[in-house]
Design a protein around this ligand. Sequence first.
Ligand code: HEM
Length: 403
Amino acid sequence: MASIVEGREVSALLDELSTMVGREDPYGHYARLRELGPVLREPDGTLIVTRFADCQAVSRDHRLGKMPIEMLPLAGLADWAEHPALHGYFTSLLGINPPDHTRLRRLVSSSFTARRVRELGPATTRMIDDLIDDLSAAGTADFVAAFAFPLPCNVISELLGVPEADRAPFQHLVQDWSAVLDEITPEVLLKADPAAQAVRDYLGGLAAERRQRPRGDLMSAMVEHEEAGDRLTGDELLTMAGLLFAAGFETTTNLLSNGLAALLDHPEQLPRLHADPAAAVEELLRFDSPVQNIDRTVIEPASVAGVALEPGQRIVAYTGAANRDPRRFTDPDRLDLLRADTASLSFGGGIHYCLGAPMARLEAQIAFPRLFERLPGLRRADGAERRNSLTIRGFDSLPVTTA
Ligand code: HEM
């Protein structure tokens, strides 16, 4: 059996990684962690893997899953069910294991189809063009606030059928709620709980309307869809619709911001963006992923990289580090938009593979070429601020000028 690496060097690197310096640029720290050994242990006992093959194995192993609800009290979350923000997360696809996960994922996948995403293309292009008009008129603006933040929320609203007039307040409600995906503290819950409740109440009204008068949107499809005598209950429907906002909003915001920053910092790559926007977006996802790690709990005895795993153990796969693993990618720290092999772990893997990946790709594949076609003078301006999070990598602000 291989051994686990722990001790001062691991702790020091992890400590540095969680300072603002590490968060500005975690990739040097990841490289050092990757070389210490395949399996590392944090002082609190959590195991960490950083190499591509091991992170992929963790994401695909059915013996590793989401923390079972019975174990949440051991993690200090005994009252999770009383918090709307946590209830909406731990009972959603993102928080559950088979067989419940299998059933819910099958039901939603039959409605949230590739065709439905393709059909969003023209509306997405219109929304992108409107936001570019505003950016252009402003001359200098924060790209996050002016573009990357509103676009995903508007696209998910369009998908579900939230009318335009109701969309603006949603952006901040979902932001407050999805803060629990980053960290769960009493301060975060203070804002996240009422926000999660407000989103759920709104979606409840929308679902009731669609039951009366179905339309062509995803909410109507989920209300109506029945498969082999099974359908989403009213409660499951609201959890699912809420999850699409919570999981799909800031992740996509950060793909747009990280991707734009990388493109502005590597202007020599722009011809490649226009040559193949789909390949370019895959490389941008690999190079600086909005999600940097995924968390699992050992459900049944298993092993990773030759290390035995005991039920109940927590293991985190640093997918952001895996995406820069030289064992997997040639010259991994180089952005190369025409890289032949870009299959990264940015959307996870296995049964929890991102449900919204086609939608995030659609938005980015339209947005990036359009931004540079319409705003050829687009440049960074001073004052960019990285987000203070180890899991969700992005920007709080990314000032740009269009002149
Ligand atoms: C660039 C943008 C995005 C990134 C990087 C991303 C990343 C991820 C990752 C890494 C997971 C797996 C989590 C795990 O294994 O624990 C995941 C799951 C999920 N994502 Fe995304 N996501 C993005 C956009 C979206 C969008 C736009 C939606 C919906 C509209 C969405 C909905 C979901 C859902 C529902 C799950 C849970 C799937 C399951 O557990 O079966 N995501 N996402």
